[in-house]
Design a protein around this ligand. Structure first.
Ligand SMILES: Cc1cc2nc3c(=O)[nH]c(=O)nc-3n(C[C@H](O)[C@H](O)[C@H](O)COP(=O)(O)OP(=O)(O)OC[C@H]3O[C@@H](n4cnc5c(N)ncnc54)[C@H](O)[C@@H]3O)c2cc1C
Length: 353
């Protein structure tokens, strides 16, 4: 089989990359073994324009927000699904100090910040120091996106539902060959698994484990994301996603009793409504030391590329950089220097020394 590109992985990166390449008329084969607990499947799907205790704007957010919203709308129109909606974060201040620093930030730069209507939430939550609102925040239906695109790929006979085995990959300066497929290039979008490959294991990644519980909360409106240390995020089928954790050292990828106990204690103190836990999930975020992604062609192997390292921001960064990478591959347009994997030429060069 002849293709232009082999894409390994159909998380949010492989999904947006394959879609972008196909829109440019490229022949694509996606290889993905349908990990039910991939990062993209476990993620809550929030695009929050501010971050951290200092409530600062996230990297490139003013440009990212309108662009990625349009990308999700275009993608949704193609696959017949509504993929994105505005769903603001209501941040319930846990202490007077946090409320004061929100007020300071709001005075300095009110972009994306407002005040929530405390009177409306008194019957739902216990809180004493007011509510900050982050607006606009966007919520992506990630599992709908992944499932629907998989069906489209399958119908177009572009999907191999199988484990990719690097032992069967052969590359030279002109092509990448995998089993019966010969392509111009192969692009790795395998999330955290890519960092175990000799091609990429010298990149400065910082994988971290995150968990969430899935719960029924009858009576809680699915109109907002509710936050106080943990976040309660509207999920599929009238359920809520509640998390998360950030563990840089972990022994396994299983959901842990420790996390569930901690989250239930927090919920019991904060939420006034009864809830019922129906699931508990965990995955690994493909994060990087510099908090910047790895995008582009391998500095030493011109027919091998990567789209990875989205960390906690896959929903906003993946559509942006998938588009940029597709434009680079098809039209030789540049990849942003801060994201281009070629910045690690020396580090990656040592792999083959
Ligand atoms: C608990 C949690 C909450 C999160 N919440 C958010 C959020 O609210 N907003 C946000 O923007 N980001 C969030 N993230 C981060 C986000 O999930 C990631 O940035 C993003 O999903 C990474 O996507 P990816 O496509 O790179 O990797 P993945 O989603 O891991 O996809 C990789 C794919 O490659 C496939 N694969 C890998 N190796 C092979 C192989 N050898 N053969 C075949 N297939 C293979 C896997 O099956 C998988 O489908 C969260 C992450 C976690 C864990």
């Amino acid at each position: 089989m002849i293709a232009d590109y082999i894409v390994v992985g159909q998380g949010i990166c492989g999904t947006f990359l394959s879609w972008n390449l196909m829109r440019e008329g490229q022949r694509v084969v996606v290889i993905d073994h349908a990990d039910p607990f991939s990062s993209s499947k476990v993620a809550s799907g929030v695009i929050n324009p501010v971050t951290g205790r200092r409530i600062v704007k996230t990297w490139m957010i003013d440009a990212l927000l309108p662009f990625v919203q349009e990308q999700y709308e275009l993608f949704g129109a193609e696959i017949g699904a509504s993929l994105i909606r505005q769903c603001n974060v209501l941040d319930f201040h846990p202490t007077p100090q946090v409320a004061a620093s929100f007020a300071d930030r709001h005075r300095e730069d009110p972009a994306y910040l407002a005040y929530g209507d405390a009177a409306q939430y008194g019957s739902l939550f216990n809180f004493h120091y007011g509510i900050g609102e982050v607006s606009p925040c966007l919520l992506v239906q990630l599992n709908t996106l992944l499932d629907k695109w998989r069906l489209v790929l399958s119908a177009r006979e572009c999907l191999r539902n199988t484990q990719f085995d690097i032992g069967h990959l052969e590359t030279d300066n002109d092509s990448a060959r995998y089993q019966d497929i010969t392509a111009k290039k192969i692009i790795f979008c395998g999330g955290a698994a890519d960092f175990d490959l000799a091609l990429f294991d010298r990149l400065p990644y910082a994988k971290n484990k995150g968990e969430a519980i899935i719960a029924e909360i009858p009576g809680l409106p699915a109109t907002n994301i509710y936050k106080q240390g943990i976040s309660i995020v509207p999920w599929e089928n009238d359920l809520f996603w509640i998390g998360s954790s950030y563990e840089w050292e972990y022994n396994d990828l299983e959901p842990s009793e420790r996390f569930r106990t901690r989250v239930e204690q927090q919920l019991n103190a904060w939420l006034k409504l009864p809830y019922r836990v129906v699931d508990h999930i965990a995955s690994v975020r493909p994060a990087t030391v510099e908090r910047r992604p790895f995008v582009g062609l391998h500095p030493l192997h011109s027919t091998v590329g990567i789209l990875n390292g989205m960390g906690t921001k896959g929903c906003s960064l993946a559509p942006w950089f998938a588009h940029q990478l597709a434009q680079h591959l098809v039209y030789d347009r540049p990849v942003a220097a801060e994201a281009d994997v070629k910045r690690f030429r020396q580090v990656l060069g040592r792999v083959i020394d």
